[in-house]
Write a protein that binds this ligand. Structure first.
Ligand code: HEC
Ligand SMILES: [Cu+2]
Length: 357
């Protein structure tokens, strides 16, 4: 069959269609491969590079779903292009409306039954992965963490280890031969949040009045990033999640250091006095002092964290000073009030905070 219209041969149309298809697939492939070439120390939270069993199962499922939906796309696209080209308007066409045909039981059955079958297959595959993750047997050596979502930061409590920290979650690496996964209990102090570290596990919401759970068993050390994935207020976008996967020794050392009460250094007595006599103590806890507030992050070992305010700024003396003077300068909408201290009080206070290692 040779079609020739407006100077374009059917063969060249076909070549163009093939070129466009190749381009689309090339782009999809490049998007997949480009994530594979990111160096290991660059923690881009890509779902294409899982490092934990639940994330790995989800990644395989997503490939399967992508393959099926990609096939549907291909079939529909090819049929569409074929019909558009073959039955396009021609100058030789009769000006009358063509005969109208109605109904074909065979075609209607086909386009009802096939999609139903596809949906059933996708449904079964998804259910299998969800159940495999939720019903995975819990080994003896698990680390238990209670994660509490706050506007706009994360609280992490390790009830069995006696540790409380914020924003930077430390967990041990889990070797498949001798697994030490981390089991998280997810709670919320105010409104809905969502815990999502794409390379380690699926997304789970933190809902007031409800206890959700999830687990992860990272197979290698490193820092994995995530983000609150549920709009929870003005600074939802500045609720960074940083998961530090430590070797077992490093994790144990971290736990031992975090368990210590706060250091009491004599030469920062002035700053400590400011801290203990202002509203700071109503909202912040410093273990071993009279500060027991729980509205804001625990500050006992705040200098062990590399950022403040859930990743909003690096933990430097300048940023700390700015933060105490007016949190709005770093994180507008944050629920910590501007403390309006005198310059000398503020300097003394920052010097005190810097001893909380
Ligand atoms: C009304 C309660 C409240 C008071 C009073 C308050 N804070 Fe805060 N503070 C917060 C909250 C809430 C956050 C978390 C803000 C965020 O990340 O969105 C915070 C965060 C911080 C942080 C960052 C901690 C981290 O690890 O991210 C520091 C440091 C801090 N406050 C110090 C102070 C000091 C010092 C005072 C007293 C001068 C003080 N705060 C008074 C509620 C309070
Ligand atoms: Cu949130």
């Amino acid at each position: 069959m040779r079609l020739k219209l407006r100077g374009m041969k059917w063969g060249s149309v076909r070549r163009r269609a093939v070129a466009i298809l190749l381009l689309v697939f090339g782009l999809l492939l490049a998007a997949d491969l480009s994530t594979a070439s990111i160096p290991d120390d660059n923690p881009i939270p890509s779902i294409f590079e899982p490092h934990s069993t639940p994330a790995d199962s989800i990644f395989h499922l997503s490939r399967f779903v992508l393959a099926i939906t990609g096939m549907i796309f291909l079939v529909v696209f090819v049929l569409l292009v074929y019909v558009l080209v073959k039955y396009r308007a021609r100058t030789t066409d009769s000006p009358h409306e063509p005969p109208q045909v109605y109904g074909s039981t065979q075609i209607e059955l086909a386009w009802t039954v096939i999609p139903i079958l596809i949906v059933v297959v996708l449904f079964l595959a998804t259910t299998r992965v969800i159940r495999a993750i939720q019903d995975a047997p819990e080994p003896a050596n698990v680390v238990e963490v209670t994660a509490i979502g706050h506007q706009f930061w994360w609280e992490f409590r390790y009830p069995a280890l006696g540790v409380v920290t914020a924003n930077e979650l430390h967990i041990p690496v889990s070797d498949p031969a001798n697994p030490t996964p981390t089991y998280l209990k997810l709670l919320s102090a105010d409104t809905d949040h969502s815990f999502w570290v794409p390379q380690l596990a699926g997304k789970t919401d933190l809902i007031p009045g409800r206890v959700n759970t999830m687990w992860m068993d990272p197979h290698r050390t490193g820092v994995f990033l995530g983000q609150c994935a549920q709009y929870c207020g003005t600074q939802h976008a500045k609720m960074l999640l940083e998961v530090f996967v430590d070797s077992r020794e490093d994790f144990q050392a971290w736990v031992n250091a975090q368990k210590q009460p706060a250091k009491q250094e004599e030469d920062v007595g002035a700053g400590r006095h400011v801290f203990e006599t202002t509203a700071c103590v109503n909202c912040h806890a410093v273990a071993g002092t009279l500060a027991t507030g729980r509205f804001g992050p625990d500050l006992t070992h705040m200098m062990s964290r590399r950022t403040i305010a859930s990743g909003a700024a690096e933990n430097t003396p300048e940023n700390l000073g700015m933060w105490i003077q007016d949190p709005e300068m770093i994180k507008p909408g944050s629920l910590m009030p501007a403390m309006k201290l005198s310059d000398s009080d503020q300097d003394a206070l920052v010097r005190y905070l810097e001893t909380l290692r």
